[in-house]
Design a binder for this molecule. Structure first.
Ligand code: TYD
Ligand code: MG
Length: 459
């Protein structure tokens, strides 16, 4: 293949430069030029004859037949759930996550499941040798696996192999190891990752192969990580979870073929990842007696209500007290502390405040506010919340407690797991005088002061 010309393009204004410079010659931004491949010269010639091209056909939307895309289930229920039912022909899936979280394990299991049902598969490994992959497959109990393995990192060879083998599904583990000769920058750099992913995406669309790209999330953040690829793929899944605990969540954050925010829950076992069918209670720690600073939140993950313990520790701090949160947004924590102070008179100004969502889950919904605030107050006062207590609800800057989506489902899940007392937004409580649901006593509140008052009444 002839060497194509390298150009540098600005991520800010899109302007091109023939050589790398610190400053974009067009818009003057610094450090925004990244390497790319120039379109072949034919592209320029084509423009000259553009006026000669016949117009393409357009269709009226109503006349286009809406076809449901056919899906092939992988046989791993929790994975199919996040994919929206299974893999789609020609679809491109990106799976991101920290190193060691279980991406290779899950995909090897999925490929084997597909291969067993007669779907031809290819596993391209750039990080491990064939022998290492074989070792993992033995560990997973897949001794007789018929999955085809290719140990290769050069893009052109991978593409040629996919074209020759025509697998229905190909996994590229990982996209950061793949490099193309066309670019001079190092494998793993933004330019390489982007260019290689774009080529593979085009191959998927034209050849009908489903391509799964594995991407490591780098500690430095987004730069060379899978984030730069999110816009070009059809489905983006992220692995979450604490590598120290055995539970893993796979979350769909983009899906052109299904619902987003759906999650799959897995447990890492001796023999690979196993789906957890009933995950609502896995993020609770088992306290024999209630402890101060702990409040159970009913959160919604996709369509599933889950119970997560929120822990807070409020302790006297130095001259500039710290606010730290794990699994919850830190900016939101600062806001909630201000609301607590202003509207409920709870002052943490000279205190360090630490908040943690147990089990390595990440909670982004505002419905966690009430539980976070109750756990902070509980820790500050050194008084535990009652046994069997849950809370949820968003808290606004004016101190109002706003309803959470699907409140009834959350309450029912808590009741099912044996919780007995709840403080929830008024609009989420059952109507009428009866404040009870299957053994769960419900205290509706409209303001944060009211919620703290209700807690005092329960003690
Ligand atoms: P891996 O799939 O290699 O992670 P990634 O591809 O995301 O980097 O998972 C590696 C971890 O999983 C490693 O710490 C060992 C553990 N593991 C098990 O606990 N059980 C198993 O059956 C397998 C294969 C791995
Ligand atoms: Mg791996």
């Amino acid at each position: 293949m002839a060497k194509e010309k390298t150009v540098y393009s600005c991520t800010e204004c899109g302007g091109a430069s023939p050589k790398w410079q610190g400053k974009c010659p067009h818009c003057g931004s610094w450090n925004t030029l990244i390497e790319g491949v120039a379109e072949a010269a034919a592209g320029a010639n084509r423009n000259r004859f553009a006026s000669l091209a016949p117009p393409s056909e357009v269709a009226v939307l109503a006349d286009i037949e809406a076809a449901e895309v056919p899906r092939t289930p992988t046989g791993i229920g929790e994975l199919d759930r996040v994919l929206g039912g299974g893999i789609v022909e020609g679809g491109v899936v990106l799976i991101g996550g920290d190193p060691g979280i279980g991406k290779s394990t899950l995909l090897l299991q999925a490929l084997d499941g597909l291969q067993r049902t007669g779907v031809p598969t290819l596993y391209v490994t750039g990080e491990e040798s064939g022998a290492q992959v074989a070792l993992r497959s033995r560990r997973l109990g897949l001794e007789r696996s018929q999955v085809k393995v290719l140990a290769e990192i050069q893009l052109e060879k991978i593409q040629a192999t996919i074209a020759a083998q025509q697998p229905a599904v190909a996994v590229i583990d990982s996209i950061q190891t793949v490099y193309s000769d066309q670019l001079t920058s190092a494998p793993g750099s933004v330019a390489q990752v982007r260019e290689c992913a774009a080529h593979l995406t085009r191959a998927a669309k034209s050849g009908g192969t489903t391509i799964v790209l594995v991407g490591h999330v780098t500690k430095e953040g987004a730069l060379a990580g899978p984030r730069v690829l999110e816009h070009m793929v059809d489905t983006v899944l992220y692995f979450e979870g604490d590598t120290h605990s055995s539970f893993r969540l796979v979350r769909a954050i983009k899906n052109r073929f299904g619902a987003v925010n759906e999650i799959g829950v897995f447990a890492m076992t001796e023999k690979g990842l196993k789906g957890v069918a009933n995950p609502s209670a896995i993020f609770l720690s088992q306290h024999s007696e209630p402890v101060p600073g702990s409040c159970v939140l009913v959160t919604l993950e996709g369509t599933r209500p889950m119970l997560v313990e929120i822990q807070a520790l409020v302790d006297s701090g130095g001259p500039s007290p710290r606010r730290l949160s794990v699994g919850l947004e830190r900016d939101r924590l600062a806001m909630l502390l201000a609301v607590l102070h202003r509207h409920a008179g709870v002052a943490c100004m000279d205190q360090d405040v630490f908040v943690n969502a147990v089990g390595g889950v990440r909670i982004s919904e505002p419905a966690a506010d009430l539980a976070v605030m109750l756990s902070i107050t509980s820790s500050l006062r050194g008084r535990a919340l009652p046994k069997g207590f849950i809370a949820f609800g968003e808290v606004g800057l004016a101190g109002e407690v706003r309803p959470a989506p699907r409140g009834q489902e959350r309450l029912r899940e808590a009741a099912k797991l044996g919780f007995s007392v709840a403080i929830v937004p008024k609009a989420n409580a059952p109507k009428g005088k009866v404040r009870e649901l299957e053994g769960l006593t419900i205290h509706p509140v409209e303001r944060i002061e009211e919620a703290l008052e209700a807690v005092r009444g329960l003690a």
